[in-house]
Design a protein around this ligand. Structure first.
Ligand code: URA
Length: 240
């Protein structure tokens, strides 16, 4: 694979491309035994040996995909009964063994990050990081200002009595049904559905529209996906 040195090293976790540029100028990088000060040089990962600070860099490319998950497929890598989001990928992406970051329910749609970057996935899902997830939600009953307050205070879920962290509820239209936006900082199982259930309402449609700084590309039809841009990857890494 042909790739710029800075991209190869930053994808491998050696820092930002800016940092790598500085490191190259300082003589930290060698290509086939010779110091390389130009971090924009393109190398061939199959033919060239790159060393960073004296150590050979073994390159495993990371891939980062954004999918507009359709309803009816599960957010898993394998499933005995249902089609998975990984089944929707081409072989050239499956090759890198990506997995979905977190879960959207089988009947939920919207933004799903799929990657093989375990560290990024772990950081984005870490309860301590409180990465915002925003959902467009349709519910059967009216939503009220009291619901906004309840979300803000944290909702006690049925069954396990777990009290959610403060969440944001923005009403788009209140009626029968109602539409709204919900932003939560955690990812408990069926969380948004259960939050409305606790307030005696019922989610009838749920679509994730953002995760941290990453926004669903609305040009993606359900079931479609695309690679993240470098800027999107950088932004995501910065949030964690
Ligand atoms: N909350 C839910 O209830 N379902 C999802 O798929 C995501 C968040």
């Amino acid at each position: 694979m042909k790739i710029r040195i800075d991209k190869m090293l930053s994808n491998s976790g050696f820092g930002s491309r800016k940092q790598i540029k500085t490191d190259a100028r300082k003589g930290f990088i060698e290509v086939n035994g010779a110091i390389e000060k130009d971090s924009s040089r393109i190398i061939d990962t199959n033919a060239d040996t790159v060393k960073y600070n004296g150590e050979i860099v073994k390159y495993t490319p990371f891939i980062y995909l954004m999918m507009n998950k359709p309803s009816g497929v599960v957010s898993a890598t394998e499933d005995n009964y249902d089609k998975t989001v990984i089944d929707l990928l081409q072989d050239e992406e499956k090759f890198y063994k990506p997995f979905p970051v977190g879960r959207l329910d089988k009947d939920s749609e919207g933004l799903l990050l799929i990657t093989n970057d375990g560290k990024l996935a772990h950081d984005l899902l870490s309860p301590r990081k409180h990465v915002d997830k925003t959902y467009y939600v349709e519910v059967a009953e009216e939503v009220t200002d009291a619901d906004i307050k309840a979300f803000e205070d944290g909702v006690v879920l049925k069954e396990d009595n777990y009290k959610t962290l403060s969440a944001k509820l923005e009403i788009i239209e209140s009626g029968y049904p109602s539409t709204c936006l919900v932003t939560i900082k955690e990812g408990k199982f069926h969380q948004v559905k259960r939050m409305f259930e606790a307030l005696n309402n019922e989610v009838t449609y749920l679509k994730r529209i953002s995760m941290g700084p990453l926004k669903l590309d609305e040009s993606l039809k359900t079931g479609q996906y695309r690679h993240l841009t470098e800027d999107e990857v950088e932004l995501l890494k910065k949030t964690t």
